[in-house]
Design a protein around this ligand. Structure first.
Ligand SMILES: Cc1ncc(COP(=O)(O)O)c(C=O)c1O
Length: 438
């Protein structure tokens, strides 16, 4: 799908540059005096317009199979704004976008042009990033337990920087890629995060000491320390403790003759709490790493989540009794579910919020719904109780905001449904439009 191209001319108006589908739209009256508010409102209005135009082209009574499939609208302007916000709040930390979160080619292309680095966890992710012309020096192979053949591949293509957290990995690296630049991943307390990672990866501080000795014994090239406070972190103090622990490992390493130059503070940043977490991280960095150490991070969700809105079609409906006034509710069946783009419900512990698209909803009384995916599995439920205005019919569309992180990358083809949904790209930021050639 060719990207749409849109720039904000002035508050209240959004104009297409190169795409004929969208001319001018009216945005809500905006008088906050804040640039970000203006673009935020305009972005939402623009997404609504594109969603509505797309569904107007689809007639579920006559279309070919699949033409009514769920689809995304992705506003690359949102990714651009998140990058500026990162630079304003975390100037010292160079972001290496975590490709696993959403390997969408346009997102990667924009970030490549913005000069970020990339956190890759597999051969395919490395190759994808390299295919965009990103030099291997802007990639960290941030998978502490790597496949041997992938290690050899990393060596062939010149990706030198990589994490490890155990002795066996060191022997593997010694055999396959002895010149690799190694980053020791340490354990964090990630108990306050949505997706815990420290149950699987990271060396305790005691074990880290043992690993330092082993690196020295094997004559490998240790360059730094990394950690991850858990994805979807909710305790801003996690950074303080993790940075302090990393300092301890730097100091231990120094006693063994290592001169470490890199600290990787991982991901875990969330849109809503970003400034608070960034503030805590900056404070900890100032205290423990005042100068002379290069700092990188591996944000994923922070960049991708808000940029993607998903629309799905109501393919079936079942009336059910409910125990509140009126006594009537509905089970709605969408053409996308937890085996598809709503995989974030299972894997990322998210609760996507349904909204009704393209129906007048003023003054309609709330009706109780449960919302299900299309597969035959009972686990395929998007929400088991939600009130939406009015009675929703078969053929109507629902949309869900903030669907850019850990969604389509973990979709499956279970039951024969698609794992490859159309993305309509737009840009609500002139800067992003210019970089992408929209
Ligand atoms: C090693 C590593 N880095 C970065 C990330 C991205 O985390 P987030 O999306 O929470 O920023 C993950 C997520 O699982 C990860 O495993």
């Amino acid at each position: 799908m060719a990207p749409s191209a849109i720039a904000i001319d002035q508050p209240g108006t959004t104009t297409t540059l190169t795409n004929n589908l969208i001319d001018k739209i009216d945005c809500p009256d905006i008088n906050h005096g804040l640039e970000s508010d203006v673009t935020g409102f305009a972005s939402k209005a623009l997404i609504q317009k594109v969603l509505k135009e797309q569904i107007a082209r689809i007639n579920v009574d006559t279309c070919e199979p699949g033409e009514e499939d769920a689809f995304y609208v992705a506003d690359l302007g949102e990714v651009y704004r998140q990058h500026l916000r990162w630079k304003m709040n975390l100037a010292r930390v160079k972001p290496f976008y975590a490709v696993k979160c959403n390997p969408d080619k346009e997102v990667l292309r924009l970030l490549a042009k913005l000069g970020t680095g990339f956190d890759c966890a597999s051969k395919a992710e490395i190759d994808l990033v390299l295919s965009l012309g990103v030099p291997p020096s802007r990639i960290i192979y941030a998978q502490p337990c790597k496949t041997k053949s992938y290690l050899r591949h990393a060596q062939r293509v010149g990706v030198t920087l990589m994490t490890f957290d155990n002795t066996d990995e060191l022997y593997k690296i010694k055999e396959c890629y002895p010149k690799a630049e190694l980053v020791l991943r340490i354990l964090t307390d990630d108990s306050a995060s949505a997706c815990r990672l420290s149950t699987k990866y990271g060396a305790s501080l005691e074990y880290a000491e043992e690993l330092l000795h082993r690196v020295k014994h094997l004559n490998l090239n240790l360059v730094g320390v990394s950690f991850h406070i858990g994805s979807g972190a909710s305790d801003p103090n996690s950074f303080g403790k993790a940075v302090k622990d990393a300092r301890g490992v730097f100091d231990q390493a120094a006693t063994l003759g290592f001169d470490l130059k890199l600290l990787d503070v991982g991901g875990g940043f969330v849109d809503e709490t970003f400034e608070t977490f960034a503030g805590n991280l900056n404070e900890a960095l100032e205290e423990h790493f005042p100068t002379n150490v290069r700092i990188i991070g591996e944000p994923g969700r922070y960049y991708a989540s808000n940029a993607f809105t998903l629309a799905a079609n109501v393919i079936a409906r079942r009336e059910v009794a409910v125990d509140h006034e009126g006594g009537k509710g509905y089970m709605l069946y969408l053409n996308d579910g937890v085996y598809g783009n709503f995989s974030n419900i299972i894997f990322d512990h998210q609760h996507p919020v349904p909204q009704v698209l393209a129906r007048p909803i003023a003054n309609e009384l709330p009706v109780e719904y449960s919302i299900w995916g299309p597969t035959c599995d009972g686990i395929d439920v998007i929400t088991d109780r939600y009130f939406l205005p009015g009675v929703i019919e078969i053929g109507d569309w629902l949309f869900f905001e903030n669907m850019g992180a850990y969604t389509k990358c973990s979709a499956t083809k279970f039951n024969g449904f698609s794992d490859d949904h159309e993305v309509i790209y737009i840009s609500s930021e002139p800067g992003a439009s210019a970089l992408l050639g929209y």
